[in-house]
Design a protein around this ligand. Structure first.
Ligand SMILES: Nc1nc2c(c(=O)[nH]1)N=C([C@H](O)[C@H](O)COP(=O)(O)OP(=O)(O)OP(=O)(O)O)CN2
Ligand SMILES: [Zn+2]
Length: 148
């Protein structure tokens, strides 16, 4: 069985070497969809009976690992010295330094890496993260999938 939880956040970014307008500082209302696989919990009387994982727990973990750190942050590539040096002049600015250029593809892969160890199989139902879908706009998204 697969379940998916969607969350949204706002962040700034730029793609420093982009040939067109994405090299400028700008922001998106990102959406992230987290898909987990697992068996339905059948333990009679358990709070999670009938679920793969409680959606509120999926949300709690996603908020802690990705959404809260990235929300209203500027997502910057560690090699983008011009932007990092500028942001360092703004006291207390929320900047997330990434090892990769913040494309939808790289953000999906980074979110997958951050979330993969956070969803644990506490009910013995083979719970695991299968996919992170990262929407940069309603029309543009990338999927990071568990390697098969
Ligand atoms: N493969 C990718 N291509 C592009 C990415 C990306 O992450 N992966 N990102 C961008 C820019 O960040 C840009 O903000 C989005 O580009 P664009 O297609 O121009 O989006 P629109 O704002 O025009 O979106 P609409 O949904 O069409 O309004 C560029 N390319
Ligand atoms: Zn963009």
């Amino acid at each position: 069985m697969l379940i998916t939880r969607r969350l949204e956040f706002d962040a700034g970014h730029r793609i420093p070497s982009h040939a067109s307008q994405c090299r400028h500082l700008h922001g998106h209302r990102y959406a992230i969809e987290i898909t987990l696989s697992g068996a339905i919990i059948r333990t009679e009387g358990a709070a999670e009976e009938g679920m793969v994982m409680d959606f509120s727990e999926v949300k709690r973990i996603a908020n802690r690992m990705v959404v809260e750190p990235w929300d209203h942050a500027f997502l910057a590539y560690q090699g983008d010295r011009a932007v990092l040096d500028f942001l360092a002049t703004l006291p207390g600015h929320k900047t997330v330094v990434l090892p990769c250029v913040p494309t939808a593809e790289n953000l999906a892969a980074e979110a997958f890496r951050l979330l993969d160890g956070a969803y644990r199989d506490t009910y013995g139902n083979q719970l695991r993260l299968e996919r992170v879908r990262l929407y940069e706009t309603p029309n543009n998204w990338a999927d990071a999938l568990r390697p098969s």
